[in-house]
Write a protein that binds this ligand. Structure first.
Ligand code: ATP
Ligand code: MG
Length: 394
């Protein structure tokens, strides 16, 4: 058993000692069987949430209405979810209600794909009622039960299917694939936030080159914000060096550069991304094709944005000036506005003038003068420079 599971053994043991069943389930079991890294483990139990809370000293109601209780055990937080079935599905997305049950098999039955419907017990034994291990051996992603029904229950599963193609390099089993083809329009009912989570994982997958064309082939584009009619753009995206993407900002910049939306901010907002990320990507996008940088432009743009641009250039074109630009940036007399020894307040004090656009302009000029070594970065030198500039302009 892997270390991460061993550490969690006391959690399962406590539930069993209290007379309940408890298993490792979901992605952690799948990834162990595939000898992939396991980031976090999910635990499923026959104990109802209130019963779980009686077994452990420290618990938190993370998602108690869905049956998930977090517990603190030996310094780690574990999520424990009660076996459940999902009630009726009125609108092609999540169930209207969840029903807690005592049967592991029924819990596995509501899961999306056979490889995700395997449980592992304390004795290291696998409970695999839908032959997920066999499908994994054959590198097949197969819906549990009737694929058609399963995608009607929750259309996000189709997006998850393509995400797993990307992460695992598996293919969609024939009937699972056909059910996707027939039901892809149901994706219109799915909240963008859930789609975004899957798309980000898809973009970072090892087989993204296969998954992106699959998105086109399955006619999924209309359900991805700003992707409608972008088949060509997404195809060109798929042949870039996407393996070099190592953070979300670079990923979204790369996607935006492929799609070339009329309005970059609206495009990124439609994916419901965090404001900070949107700002960073939009700033880099506007400068993404820049070839030559003056010292002052490097300073004014900031290394973070320049790095982002250069990473995206490498992904698109296989070349970058990043190392040279970084060295140039590091040898500038100052790397940020904060390091300049004079503030707007100082200038207002010296001149006796109130702030305004003139001050912003003057400070930008000052930055440039410092960067270009036209004035030394000391209070006295800058004061002289300011007086000279003001004299000249009046
Ligand atoms: P990851 O490694 O990215 O976390 P995962 O398979 O663990 O992948 P989660 O979203 O963490 O994905 O879900 C945990 C488990 O819950 C899945 O393995 C699957 O059994 C089940 N599951 C998640 N989402 C769905 C869904 N939409 N429909 C059915 N079962 C689902
Ligand atoms: Mg998971």
């Amino acid at each position: 058993m892997k270390e991460i599971f061993k550490k969690a053994v006391p959690v399962l043991a406590k539930l069993e000692q209290a007379g309940f069943e408890a298993y490792f389930v979901g992605g952690s079991v799948r990834d162990t069987l595939l000898e992939r890294d396991v980031a976090d483990i999910d635990i499923a139990t026959s104990a109802f949430p209130e019963e779980v809370k009686q077994v452990f000293m420290r618990t938190f109601d993370t998602g108690i209405e869905h049956g998930t209780v977090s517990v603190l055990e030996a310094g780690e937080i574990y999520e424990i979810t009660t076996f459940r079935t999902e009630g009726t599905y009125a609108d092609f997305r999540r169930p209207d209600e969840v029903v807690f049950i005592r049967s592991l098999e029924k819990d596995l039955e509501r899961r999306d794909f056979t490889m995700n419907a395997i449980a592992m017990g304390l004795d290291g034994r696998f409970i695999d009622p839908f032959d997920g291990q066999k499908d994994m051996m054959n590198k097949q992603i197969r819906a549990v039960g009737e694929p058609w029904e399963r995608f009607h229950e929750d259309a996000l599963r189709m997006m998850r299917g393509v995400r797993f193609v990307s992460q695992l390099g598996f293919s969609l089993e024939r009937r699972t694939y056909e059910a996707m083809q027939q039901n892809i329009t149901l994706l219109k009912n799915i909240a963008i936030e859930r789609i975004t989570v899957e798309f980000v994982k898809l973009m970072r997958g090892e087989a993204v080159k296969v998954a992106l064309p699959l998105i086109i082939e399955l006619d999924m584009l209309p359900y991805l914000p700003g992707f409608a009619n972008q088949g060509e753009a997404i195809h060109s995206l798929s042949v870039w060096n996407l393996a070099a993407i190592c953070d979300d900002e670079t990923m979204w910049l790369t996607v935006t550069l492929a799609v070339k939306p009329d309005n970059v901010i609206s495009f990124l907002r439609a994916w419901k991304l965090p404001t900070k990320l949107i700002r960073a990507v939009a700033k880099a996008y506007d400068l993404a094709d820049k070839q030559e940088w003056s010292d002052y432009e490097l300073f004014a743009t900031g290394m973070h944005t320049v790095e982002l641009i250069e990473k995206a250039r490498f992904i698109r074109a296989g070349e970058t000036d990043w190392i040279a630009l970084k060295l140039r940036f590091e040898s500038l007399p100052v790397q940020s506005r904060r390091e300049i020894n004079v503030s707007g307040d100082d200038v207002m004090k010296w001149t006796g003038k109130k702030g305004g656009p003139w001050l912003k302009e003057l400070l930008a000029k000052l930055d440039q003068a410092v960067i270009e070594l036209k004035v030394k970065n000391t209070q006295a030198d800058i004061k002289g420079w300011v007086e000279h500039v003001i004299d000249e302009s009046t």
